[in-house]
Write a protein that binds this ligand. Sequence first.
Ligand code: MMA
Ligand code: CA
Length: 393
Amino acid sequence: MYKGIYEYTNGFEDEEPNEIKTMDVDDHIYNNKRPIMPCKKNGAGDQHSVSCQWWKRYSGAAAGCLGLLCVLLLAGIIGLFLYQRDQLQTSYNTLTKERDQLQTSYNTLTKERDQLQTSYNTLTKERDQLQTSNNTLIKERDQLQTSNKTPTKERDQLQTSYNTLIKERDQLQTSYNTLTKERDQLQTSYNTLIKERDQLQTSNNNLTAERDHLHTSSNNLTDERDQLQTTNNTLIKERDQLQTSYNTLTKERDQLKTSYNTLIKERCPQDWIRSCCSCYYISTNEKTWDLSRKDCQARGANLVIINSREEQALIKAFNKRAWFGLTDKEVEGTWRWVDGTPLTTSYWNKGEPNDFEGEDCALVDNTLKDPVVAWNDVPCNHKNGWICERQLC
Ligand code: MMA
Ligand code: CA
């Protein structure tokens, strides 16, 4: 409902005074009241002129109202366009920010897929919104083109606004296409990264398996090493014990060997006679004094040297006419034992030594009954038995 203020002159002065009134236009148009005469009555015979003036005033008011409506409609459309443009600009800014976020999210593989999907959905919605806006614009343009009542200037302004919006829409479409390309490139990069990630994951799995295998081998080797170490320690202990036993046995062996050698030295050969610290060999045949001495030397001994009365009694008890180790063939009358020592204590028979016809070697005679005295000097080249002596200490 629109209310306007109109100034007019009433044609019937008897019904309504000629004054300024406020009236409802719609009531005026649709209630089919008697039309108010916009023209002044000039005379009694000028009725047709009065009707023509009223119609002109009414048509002008209607045209003014229509124009005002058109202006209001255009203002509304322009406002709607501006509002949608702001929304598109806001969407464009949002898309730019999301593109930056996508670029940032590109570095993070885990979040990148979700963010790309979200951005894609947002772009799709906005593309649909753009498509819807475009369709709306096309419809409005068609409505404007079909409206013949719209003034030319206002239509041109609307056309200009429409063209501006179309350009902005094209720019947004271009931005959308650019963002779509960038999104596709990001998607390609994302797919490449996913493949590389999968390859790395596969390599990582292989390396993990090899690491586990090596870890198992290492554990086995460690166990074997520990077992070997334990065995080695046991063997070292056993070796040390064996070494100790070996050393003990070596000492005992050396002691036994020493004892053996001592016993060997102290033992007299078979068929020899032991007495005190010497072994005595009594010959079974006869040789000269020199050959008898050589025989004793061949047996590791020498002709017996008599150092005590007891030894002389022992030799006498053998009851053997035999050479012993006493001679004066170097210096006649100076008797020496075979070890070079001079004779100090002797057991000569009475009248001996007499060097009868050259007698330089002494023998023990077994013809006298005296238990000790038994020596006589006889020629050295005579053959007699002999007695050897090996001293044990
Ligand atoms: C033998 C001989 C000598 C000894 C005299 C003693 C005749 O020679 O044995 O050596 O001195 O007897 O009468
Ligand atoms: Ca003699």
